[in-house]
Design a protein around this ligand. Sequence first.
Ligand code: PBG
Length: 324
Amino acid sequence: MAFPATRMRRLRRTGVLRDMVRETELTPSHLVQPYFVELGTDSRTPISSMPGVDRLSISHLVEEAGRAQEAGVPSVLLFGLPAEKDERASGAYDDEGVVQLAVRALKEAHPDLAVITDVCLCEYTSHGHCGVVGADGQVDNDVSLELLAKTALSHARAGADAVAPSDMMDGRVAALRSQLDAEDLKDTPIIAYSAKYASAFYGPFREAADSAPAFGDRRSYQMDPANSDEAVREALLDVEEGADMLMVKPAMAYLDVLHRVKEATKLPVAAYNVSGEYAMVEAAAASGYLDRTATVLETLTSIRRAGADVVITYWATEVAQWLR
Ligand code: PBG
């Protein structure tokens, strides 16, 4: 008796045929490598909760980004660690700030590498919130928008190929778009973190960026993990406001959201495989509980399968090297 052809059993038995009919492709061309950039002339500071990831001074950043590009990773995402933090996040929109300097150095050394910048205030505010905090102790949405738009403009002027607002203030995509358009940066795309959840998986990042909120939490502006209709609404709003690409974050625990956002918008969608997802796999692999390579490849393939056109992952360069 023949097995029904839907089972693909015969195809799977021949490796070549199995590979030919594989539905999802994981190649370096979809990957983005994030970096934490710090000031300093020749420094590299390990992040204890993210083994293998360091904060890099600009010289090391340029070197590592060159390796990423050589491995076939087309794009990097920058987070900055300013020398000083204050209430108004001045370091974020300082034309001589750490991200602005890093963008210029990268574009000079690797002109064909696409440089994306994370646009948020949390790495630059003394209290660690993603916006400016008003007298009532709450984040002031509209004042924050002005500073976020200034930040994006400053990044774009430095040469960023795309800006990625991750703050989750209302109206930020429209605010960034009108600011960029007004300054003749009509062609700078906006990658909107549309569905950014209030997630425990950002823990290691907050160590890396020294950005854990000093009081309260981010639940007034980041999304409730219980919601996915809301994610679709947020995504559609960002499309209306002019986003060129959307993002879902974190990735692994939100693959259903990723799928829904892709289906609902048909826009390019990025997924952020965040610091906690990285740390979790690294810790389990270091203990011998998981096969590291297999787990990383399965994770990234699954994120692609769920609907991600682009995957932002701390493993980008290493995976690209494996895939070659
Ligand atoms: C900044 C920002 C965060 C991450 C990306 N952009 C942290 C946060 O919202 O607390 C997290 C990335 C990661 O965990 O890898 N707003």
